[in-house]
Design a protein around this ligand. Structure first.
Ligand code: ADP
Length: 270
């Protein structure tokens, strides 16, 4: 049985094709979320992928597709939609055993999801009102510094003395970074300071619901090692990372599609 998870975010569109609810056959990621060609291109990449072609799978073999993410309600290419919270929790649990906390930082929001011992969502807290504490803050700063956000981890590692960012508002922080640059602040120190600022905002949010290990990050900012490290220091927990982190939402949607399809086929066979 093949199911597809489509996660349409604010910044990127991700897809995962799952076999029998247990094996990832293919994944895709396109820059461009809601209102762009990103979602269609990302779905198309799955069907055009080497893995899918090699396995001889075609669109006709697809049993169910579920859409999640910020843009899920406006996308018509799926059989249903499910909330991002549910999908990130499901997807992260697919990878990490005994998971109790998910820290999801995407392009436009941050969420902390608490799970019970048996994996049910028990609580969550979310920031979708302010860019500080989200990928957006990092993207804005990367743009000012003319550095690729993908290089933040590597550059921040060279920092000897992080430059703290005192402004909590993205617009003011932008001016602060520009004036620190003009005053000769070093790039690694600035980038480390920027990443710590995001971590500090998210840690404040996380403390509201409490963080318990096993704790992992999901969303694209999980790939930013400097944010991850600063969060570990702030929250005094280990934060697990998996290279699939940005796809957890899509994995969760594909799993949801699998469970739904199983339920429907069981009731049809009764
Ligand atoms: P959304 O689901 O809201 O579209 P994502 O979960 O895809 O967002 O995360 C997008 C964010 O992830 C970007 O704003 C960027 O800051 C960050 N990001 C993506 N890839 C990387 C990378 N390789 N290194 C560091 N940060 C990254």
């Amino acid at each position: 049985m093949y199911t597809l998870g489509i996660d349409i975010g604010s910044t990127t569109s991700k897809c995962v094709l799952l076999k029998d609810g247990s094996e990832i056959i293919a994944k895709s990621l396109r820059v461009g979320g809601l209102g762009t060609k990103g979602p269609d291109s990302s779905v198309n990449d799955i069907w055009e992928s080497e893995e899918v072609k090699k396995a001889g799978i075609t669109k006709k073999d697809l049993d169910r597709a579920i859409v999640t993410g910020y843009g899920r309600r406006n996308y018509e290419g799926g059989d249903g939609e499910v909330s991002e919270l549910t999908c990130h929790a499901l997807g992260a649990r697919f990878v990490f055993d005994g998971l109790r906390t998910v820290i999801d930082i995407g392009g436009q929001d941050a969420k902390i999801i608490r799970l019970s011992e048996d994996g049910r969502m028990t609580n969550f807290v979310m920031n979708d009102k302010c860019a500080a504490g989200t990928g957006r803050f990092l993207d804005v700063m990367a743009n000012i510094l003319t550095v690729d956000v993908d290089d933040f981890t590597k550059i921040a590692e060279e920092s000897t003395d992080a430059s703290p960012i005192s402004s909590t508002c993205t617009v003011f922080a932008e001016s602060e970074v520009i004036s620190q640059l003009a005053n000769g602040a070093k790039m690694p120190d600035l980038i480390k300071g920027i990443c710590s600022s995001v971590a500090s905002r998210v840690a404040g949010l996380a403390r509201r619901v409490g963080v318990q290990e096993v704790c992992c990050m999901s969303g694209g900012v999980a790939k930013n090692g400097a944010v991850r490290k600063a969060l570990e220091e702030e929250l005094k927990v280990n934060i697990a990372f998996d290279p699939l982190a940005q796809h957890f939402g899509a994995i969760g949607a594909a799993l949801w599609a699998y469970n739904e399809h199983m339920r429907k086929s069981k009731s049809a066979n009764k």
